[in-house]
Design a protein around this ligand. Structure first.
Ligand code: PDD
Length: 289
């Protein structure tokens, strides 16, 4: 059977995915010493690209990771991959690691070691998406990640474990909890709508990733005259809320219909969540580059 191979980008080359090579000594592989970004693609165009690249530069800066590409160069690579793979809807994944010094050593290599840059596309129906329409079920898990979750590193083992535990509990995804407050989802930001009509999402700190979708959804909410309060909230508050939802580049705004088997509202996707989803998608199509 012939399978189509994607074209991926590795350190300056566009190659068939089966031909792509990264060293076994790459620090991304040995130490999870790398950062990443996920940009969604609608109508063959990039959503929130500038915001994702700003966060990439910040993540790299926090880890003293070299990023010798400017936004225009990174945009050109994203666009070339979209073109070569004829991607209409889905995501572009970018990963930057500290490269390979040719051996395993905890200490960072010197500046002569070039970083590794890998990008690939993933085709996915983001707009016409079952979870986005019917909502998802959440199971909570203790947040056992490291203390710098504001940096988008590739050390994603615990979020993967939390997601598996959520699935084992009959849910679709996990929300992580620390000191009685929800931090965020395994790969998204957590939101609720109070019965008074205020949108609530946790304030930015080292405890959560500053979601790009989160910030654009805040703008969209403002345009819809919805009030947003940035503060943490407990599992019990979420369960008693009018609505709950998550935001991320790959899920946009996705309603949450249950938290730990407690139905949210009437157990159907919330009206405001669906309205925000629609408005976010509309705005994203307009702004995409
Ligand atoms: N995840 N919080 C976490 C822990 C995340 O991993 C993500 C994104 C978000 C939302 O950020 P943004 O809106 O910028 O996508 C919040 C990506 C999509 C992923 O890992 O696939």
């Amino acid at each position: 059977m012939m399978t189509t191979q994607r074209t991926v980008y590795v350190n300056g080359d566009y190659v068939a995915e089966g031909e792509a090579r990264v060293s076994v000594f790459d620090r991304g592989f040995l130490f999870a010493d790398g950062v990443y970004e996920v940009c969604s693609v609608l109508d063959g165009k990039l959503v929130d690209f500038a915001g994702h690249m700003r966060r990439l530069a910040r993540s790299a800066g926090e880890l003293e990771l070299p990023l010798p590409w400017n936004d225009d160069e990174l945009l050109a690579i994203h666009r070339e991959l979209i073109r070569r793979n004829a991607l209409e809807e889905g995501m572009v994944y970018l990963q930057l690691t500290r490269g390979s010094a040719g051996d395993r050593d905890f200490a960072y290599p010197d500046a002569s070691t070039p970083p590794t840059l890998v990008l690939f596309t993933q085709a996915k129906s983001l707009v016409d998406n079952l979870g986005g329409k019917q909502g998802i079920r959440i199971a909570t898990q203790p947040d056992l990640r490291w203390a710098r979750r504001d940096i988008k590193t590739v050390q994603l083992l615990y979020p993967a474990m939390a997601k598996m535990a959520a699935k084992a509990a009959g849910a679709d995804d996990a929300w992580m909890v620390e000191a009685g407050r929800i931090t965020e989802g395994a790969s998204n930001n957590a939101w609720m709508l109070t019965h008074e009509g205020t949108l609530v999402t946790r304030e930015l700190s080292h405890a959560i990733l500053p979601g790009i979708t989160r910030s654009v959804v805040m703008e969209v909410a403002e345009a819809l005259s919805l009030e947003v309060e940035e503060r943490g909230f407990s599992v019990e508050e979420a369960q008693a809320a009018k609505e709950c939802f998550v935001t991320s580049a790959s899920s946009f705004v996705t309603p949450v219909i249950a938290v730990d088997d407690v139905a949210i509202g009437d157990g159907r996707p919330g009206e405001v969540a669906l309205k925000l989803r629609e408005a976010y998608i509309e705005e994203s199509r307009r702004r995409a580059i």
